[in-house]
Write a protein that binds this ligand. Structure first.
Ligand code: RP5
Length: 154
């Protein structure tokens, strides 16, 4: 496993699937979990520990509302954590975005856009590509294809 993806609730799963799709498209193994930082903190510790011993190089953590999950995961590992704020409550994800971004110095969470699951996947790929030249090459090819599509009238 290279990436562990954790969301705080079953209700978050659909909004997080875009990250898995991106990772799978580039052949990167991702194990998804549902575990709430507020409702099951002890189980979360076990999920993070077993993901690390299973080879996870980084974490994507998605949650809505108070969104404690990404910060809690970051407190349990020194691997990079990408926070995915989800639009789950009355504040449409602004609450989660602010909660995830406002980490204390020394315990960072890299935060993507509200419901930005695909970019959580792409950022994970870019981090993994630092030590994987084949993956870096595939990402560069994909960026070139994207540029050609944007520049074309077809
Ligand atoms: C957050 O509260 C979860 O990440 C979810 O986005 C939101 C609502 O959770 P449920 O009540 O649907 O389980 O902790």
């Amino acid at each position: 496993m290279q990436v562990a993806l954790i969301v705080g609730s079953k209700s978050d799963v659909a909004a997080a699937k875009g990250a898995i799709e991106v990772l799978e498209r580039f052949g990167v193994d991702c194990h998804p979990h549902v575990c709430s930082a507020h409702r099951a903190p002890e189980r979360l510790r076990e999920v993070v520990r077993s993901a690390e011993s299973g080879g996870a190089k980084l974490f994507i953590a998605g949650a809505g509302m108070a969104a404690a999950l990404p910060g809690a995961v970051a407190s349990m590992t020194t691997k990079p954590v990408i926070g995915l704020p989800l639009a789950a409550g009355a504040l449409n994800g602004i609450d989660a975005l602010l909660a995830i971004a406002q980490m204390p110095p020394g315990v960072p969470v890299a935060t993507v856009a509200i419901n930005g699951a695909a970019n959580a996947g792409y950022l994970a790929l870019e981090i993994l590509a630092l030590n994987d030249s084949a993956l870096a090459g595939r990402l560069a090819d994909w960026r070139r294809e994207q540029a050609e599509r944007v520049d074309s009238f077809e």
